[in-house]
Ligand binder design. Structure first.
Ligand SMILES: C[C@](O)(CO)[C@H](O)COP(=O)(O)OP(=O)(O)OC[C@H]1O[C@@H](n2ccc(N)nc2=O)[C@H](O)[C@@H]1O
Ligand SMILES: Nc1ncnc2c1ncn2[C@@H]1O[C@H](COP(=O)(O)OP(=O)(O)OP(=O)(O)O)[C@@H](O)[C@H]1O
Length: 288
């Protein structure tokens, strides 16, 4: 039995440059991993099958599961006869904008690379991962990165300055495809990606807070006003800066002062079931 950690990501910036001919959007976004992680166990079996065990009600346990797709891709590509039982212990909220499914798929790729002795590099795994979803390539590497293209072109960046991150997910589900579909590319307010790159390079907390931006935020807020409400509450409770992650609906807030963390956490817990206080790990997966 082999274990892999599958951490969530947040978007420090998310910009859309244009809509491509293949229907996807050309993005430019800065992502970083946080220490809220699913746990993935891989057990070799002799029946040649891929099986998924997961207790979360809303997570599929068949080929719709992104971890299944990851195993299936590797198995076919490298002609593996062995089977594998994949057990997912979900800690990352589902359909939250935190790349939970993508990270499970990425962890499965890293784990099966070890279990099946494939000897693939992180770059090779990330390329395979891109076939499953746009966020999988980043999740294979983890850490902090600028992602371009559909999300699969990765440039590594320094870890963000140290602070607390409060994550809060309203009890609604958001379809990423719907949000992109509702985006009018000609009218987006582009975030300050350059400012964020400088903030990371210089370890500048204030500049990081000032440079947060996500072009999908107003789209999701328009459809789900609960996200506006949550962002306002987090700001009022004392977060230094607040933004929606990915296509939402999770909202995250940065806080440096320890005393404020519990105030914000407890304040939000009153009306939001899924609240977490985490750190940005900056931890990158280096494969040998
Ligand atoms: C919102 C983000 O999570 C930010 O990190 C990603 O851009 C989306 O990543 P993801 O959920 O892995 O996305 P995918 O599963 O590849 O695509 C879901 C849907 O989102 C839309 N999509 C996604 C990525 C992209 N660059 N342009 C798009 O238009 C497409 O309609 C696609 O059918
Ligand atoms: N391993 C998995 N964990 C969670 N959901 C999964 C998984 N595999 C497939 N899914 C499906 O994917 C949908 C989106 O879940 P996920 O948690 O990956 O969304 P997300 O955090 O919004 O992802 P992203 O930020 O990449 O857009 C779920 O509703 C579920 O049906």
């Amino acid at each position: 039995m082999l274990y892999e950690k599958a951490p969530a990501k947040i978007n420090l910036t998310l910009d859309v440059l244009h809509k491509r001919d293949d229907g996807f959007h050309e993005v430019e976004m800065i992502m970083t991993t946080v220490d809220l992680a699913d746990r993935v166990w891989l057990r070799p079996t002799h029946d040649g099958r891929i099986t998924i065990k997961v207790s979360e009600r809303y997570v599929p346990n068949d080929r719709k599961n992104l971890a299944y797709q990851a195993a299936d891709l590797l198995k076919r590509k490298y002609g593996i006869y062995e089977g594998v039982e994949i057990t997912l212990d979900k800690k990352i909220p589902v359909a939250a904008g935190l790349a939970g499914g993508s990270s499970d798929a990425a962890a499965t790729l890293r784990g099966l690379n070890r279990l099946w002795h494939l000897g693939l590099s992180a770059e090779e795994l990330a390329k395979i991962g891109a076939k499953i979803g746009s966020d999988v390539s980043f999740c294979v590497h983890g850490g902090t990165a600028l992602a371009k293209g559909r999300g699969e072109m990765i440039q590594h960046l320094p870890a963000p300055p140290n602070c607390w991150v409060i994550l809060a997910k309203p009890a609604i589900s958001v379809s990423t495809a719907d949000i992109y579909r509702n985006l009018d590319v000609s009218s987006v307010q582009h975030p300050d990606t350059e400012g964020m790159l400088q903030a990371l390079k210089n370890g500048d907390y204030e500049k990081m807070c000032a440079s947060l931006g996500n072009v999908l935020e107003p789209i999701t807020m328009n459809i789900h006003p609960q996200v506006i409400d949550l962002k306002e509450k987090m700001e009022r409770f004392g977060a230094d800066a607040v933004l929606m992650s990915g296509s939402g609906p999770t909202v995250f807030g940065f806080v440096r002062q320890e005393a404020r963390v519990s105030r914000i956490y407890n304040g939000l817990k009153g009306f939001c079931k899924e609240v977490h206080a985490v750190r940005m790990t900056g931890e990158r997966f280096l494969l040998d």
